[in-house]
Design a protein around this ligand. Structure first.
Ligand code: NAD
Length: 455
């Protein structure tokens, strides 16, 4: 496919200034929402055939996010896109100062497979809201899902404004040879580095929404039953294939056994079976094999069963885990939950700090001092106190990583800012021009300047 031709078309369209019109953006967002709602059943079917994700989970963890993002953007766009007045310093008076958001131009959005609609379309919504044109490259792994996005979008939007390119590594590599004004990538840290390098050639700004091992700390004063309920839901949602799922638990030794029992009880209550539509498959054989190898039978507390044919791995808890174990080396991204116990909080904080900065961190405690210590001492993308995963559902909270877990953030206004450049403008009237800044310089001019500048 000739990507340079598509990009040239998008550049020309962007240059026509049509995307700068707020009403144009709102109309496109309304159209996108209409198309998604019209085809919602087809979206459910596509994702079910890719990895048995139920309509319930597809709606709650995918479609509702997109609708919400569209509705918020439509409502808030006029305010977000307005110039924002700021103070003017004495030396420039009389004048007005403000920042003016402008779209970056032709953007490239690349999605991951685990929430294939949401991770592709929320950034697309954001890019449109900010006035950009968009090329979307969804993950090739859930093929039905990628196909349906391409067919619906490419049939209904002009190529010059919004276009879906389907494909995997070769197509992405070719796309990355082109010059974009913005690249938004969701995926692994390893591929994130490839994207960042390719973008650097053209000094293209990037947002990298990456992964990593997100810890959950459970302190002895936590409400055990509720903690177990929230953790089990967050971990086994999408069969653990969630970037912000608690990757591993750090539990105070004195409550370890009680917590393990409560987690086991909750797993039973949640009835994780495909035929009940409470559970999803592992996305493909490659990931199934990788995950199966991570199950150390000597450490299985509950679960451990698997079936290659249906790509099923039971919710599994590993106990007596050490930081040196294979399961603790890379992001798990599947339904296996290692539990490490500890007695010394200072040492455990240090252990987390020695590892790459996580995308999320969770702490379960009623103790304010402990909560504040963790929030202040450990760097991580975002997280929750006494909950897990749910912070992503609040559009008023920016979502993104730090260090190895990414850069930049989105959702709500944060996304609008991410796809915009803010021009800083000083606007002066005619009619008043003191002479002291102009040559020829003199001692008295210097005295004046010092007085005005306050130094
Ligand atoms: P991935 O990095 O393998 O793939 C992501 C995208 O990159 C896909 O579109 C794929 O086609 C493309 N790609 C893959 N290899 C490439 C290469 N060598 N060169 C160029 N492009 C390439 O990630 P994934 O397996 O789809 O998703 C899992 C990862 O994504 C996990 O690490 C997870 O934590 C992370 N993730 C992060 C977030 C977030 O919001 N921070 C959300 C979901 C997933």
């Amino acid at each position: 496919m000739n990507y340079s031709k598509i990009i040239a078309q998008q550049r020309a369209f962007f240059s026509s200034n049509q995307t700068k019109d707020i009403q144009f953006r709102i109309a496109q967002l309304k159209k996108l929402k209409y198309l998604l709602q019209e085809n919602e059943q087809a979206f459910y079917q596509a994702i079910y055939s890719d990895f048995k994700k139920s309509a319930f989970e597809t709606y709650t963890a995918e479609m509702s996010f997109i609708y919400d993002e569209i509705d918020t953007a439509i409502k808030k766009l006029p305010k977000w896109a307005k110039k924002k007045r700021t103070k003017t310093n004495l030396v420039n008076l009389p004048a007005r100062s403000y920042t003016l958001p402008e779209p970056l131009g032709v953007s490239l959005v690349m999605g991951a497979w685990n929430y294939p609609f949401q991770l592709s379309l929320v950034p697309v919504v954001t890019a449109i809201a900010a006035g950009n044109t968009v090329i979307l490259k969804p993950s090739e792994i859930p093929s039905q899902t990628s196909q349906i996005m391409a067919s619906i979008i490419n049939k209904n939007f002009p190529v010059a404004f919004l276009y879906v390119v389907e494909g995997g590594i070769p197509e992405t590599t070719q796309l990355l040879e082109q010059k974009f004004d913005k690249i938004f990538f969701t995926g692994s840290t390893a591929v994130g580095k490839i994207i960042y390098k390719a973008a650097a050639k053209n000094l293209t700004p990037v947002t990298l929404e990456l992964g990593g091992k997100s810890p959950a700390l459970i302190m002895k004063d936590a409400h055990i039953k509720e903690t177990a309920k929230r953790i089990v839901w967050a971990k086994f949602l999408n069969a653990g294939q969630t970037c912000i799922a608690p990757d591993y638990l750090l539990v105070e030794e004195s409550i370890k056994d009680t917590l393990l029992e409560a987690l086991t009880e909750q797993i039973k209550v949640n009835d994780y079976r495909f035929d009940q539509e409470n559970y999803v498959q592992i996305i493909n054989a490659k990931n199934f094999d990788r995950l199966e190898k991570l199950i150390d039978n000597n450490k299985v507390y509950i679960g451990g069963e698997s079936d290659a044919k249906s790509r099923y791995i039971a919710p599994t808890i590993l106990s007596e885990v050490q930081f040196e174990d294979p399961i603790m080396q890379d992001e798990i991204f599947g339904p296996i939950l290692p539990v490490i116990s500890f007695n010394n909080l200072t040492k455990i904080i240090q252990k987390i700090k020695e590892r790459p900065k996580p995308l999320s961190l969770y702490v379960f405690t009623k103790n304010k001092t402990i909560k504040n210590r963790i929030l202040h001492e450990i760097s991580f993308g975002g997280g929750a106190i006494n909950d897990a995963v749910m912070h992503i559902t609040n559009p008023y909270l920016a979502f993104g990583g730090v260090g190895d877990s990414g850069m930049g953030s989105y959702h709500g206004e944060a996304g609008f800012r991410d796809f915009s450049h803010y021009k800083s403008i000083l606007e002066k009237p005619f009619g008043f021009e003191p002479n002291f800044k102009y040559p020829p310089y003199s001692k008295s001019k210097l005295t004046w300047i010092k007085r005005i500048m306050g130094s």
